[in-house]
Structure formats: structure tokens, C-alpha cells
Design a protein around this ligand. Structure first.
Ligand code: GLN
Length: 202
């Protein structure tokens, strides 16, 4: 079974570990570079992106994660995880960095105070039926999709809330907390394909 990690510095790590284990993956928390080196895919969870950014630097994980992304490791980011994957970020706190990799611009906390959290059904053509029941919690949106990235889902007003680029998948919402497993399955499919064909990268 594919070995995958969930970046476990802050956020809803446990929910992701459960979904991945239910799908048959060998899923572990990743807190050190040595643990990152043992997995073939990584989930960046929901939480607080500025805290995860700071801790990733404190734990000497920032550069290894950036190198893994550049090397083509499959990564699934949800909410704060999408923010961390964005090449361009609006609404960052001072000094906040992202890992980057997705050719998109993302706005943090994009929904006003009346609707900081809401749920809706999203049509995701890449997944087919049924629609995705999506939970948004102080969620980001994708405000620009560059030529290298592909939108996967939008709200009825056109705002993009799911994007993909090669092995990277970024979502504004939280499939890990609603029993929605298709995005994780898509991620694991990428991990299996890559682990099967590529030589060890050390
Ligand atoms: N607002 C959070 C951030 O900026 C993201 C919220 C979430 O992950 N649910 O990181």
C-alpha cells in the first residue's frame, strides 16, 4: 500500500490520516525531514496556514517540502493546505510564506464575516456524480488561475475553489471532514502511479 504522509505541525491531521487509512494507504504523520523522505505523497491539512508555515521553518521542513514538490511528489492541500501550495498569496500575515507549486493566486479568508463558514454542493466534473458536499471554514479562494493550473470546481458565482496542476491538488474546502473520499483517492492514484514507475530519488 502506498506510503503517504500528513504534515503534522498543526491542523486537522487526524481526519486526513483516517480517510487515507480507510482507502488502504499506509498513512503517517510527518514532522521531520527524515519522515518526509519515507513517504511517496504528502497531505497539507486544514488549519492555520501562517502557523504551519512558521512551524515548517522551525522544524527544517520548508526546504525539503519545496524540494519534494519540485521533484513531482503528489501533494493534496485542503484549505490552509491550498494556501501553502499557492505561488501567489493575498491576505498573508506579515512575513508569511507559502511552499508554492500551484500556478495560482489565492486569497486567505476570502469570505466575509457573515459567511466565514458554510456548506454547499459542488459540481466537480473531474469526479462525476454525485456532487461534492463541501464545507468551507474561513476558507481561501483561488482568484487567478495561471496557465499551468486547471480549475476543477467553482462556486455558482464563478469563484474557483479547487485546482490541479500535475501532481498537486488544492481545495478550498474540507473533504476530510465530510466522508468525501474521492479527492484522497485521486491523490492516492497519483502516488501509486509515481511510486511504481520512478526510481528512488536519493
Ligand atoms: N483561514 C485559514 C488560513 O488562513 C484556513 C482555514 C482552514 O484551513 N480551515 O490558514
Amino acid at each position: 500500500s502506498p506510503r503517504v504522509g500528513v504534515l503534522a505541525l498543526q491542523g486537522d491531521v487526524r481526519e486526513h490520516l483516517h480517510v487515507l487509512a480507510d482507502l488502504g494507504a499506509d498513512a503517517r504523520p510527518v514532522r521531520r525531514a527524515s519522515e518526509l523522505a519515507e513517504v511517496d505523497g504528502l497531505v497539507l491539512p486544514g488549519g492555520e496556514s501562517s502557523v504551519i508555515d512558521k512551524l515548517s521553518r522551525a522544524f527544517d521542513l520548508r526546504d525539503p517540502i519545496r524540494a519534494a514538490i519540485a521533484d513531482g511528489m503528489p501533494v493534496l492541500g485542503t484549505c490552509a493546505g491550498l494556501i501553502l501550495l499557492a505561488d501567489r498569496l493575498d491576505g498573508a500575515i506579515e512575513g508569511q510564506l507559502t511552499f508554492g507549486g500551484l500556478d495560482v493566486r489565492v486569497r486567505r479568508n476570502a469570505f466575509g464575516s457573515q459567511a466565514q463558514s458554510f456548506e454547499t454542493d459542488l459540481d466537480v466534473p473531474a469526479l462525476g456524480d454525485p456532487p461534492v458536499h463541501a464545507v468551507f471554514i474561513r476558507a481561501p479562494v483561488v482568484t487567478e488561475v495561471g496557465p499551468d493550473a486547471t480549475p476543477l470546481a467553482s462556486l455558482p458565482d464563478g469563484r474557483v475553489v479547487a485546482v490541479e496542476q500535475n501532481n498537486l491538488l488544492g481545495l478550498s474546502f474540507h473533504p476530510e471532514s465530510t466522508g468525501e473520499t474521492r479527492f484522497h483517492a485521486r491523490f492516492l492514484h497519483r502516488v501509486r502511479n509515481r511510486a511504481g514507475v520512478s526510481a528512488p530519488s536519493f
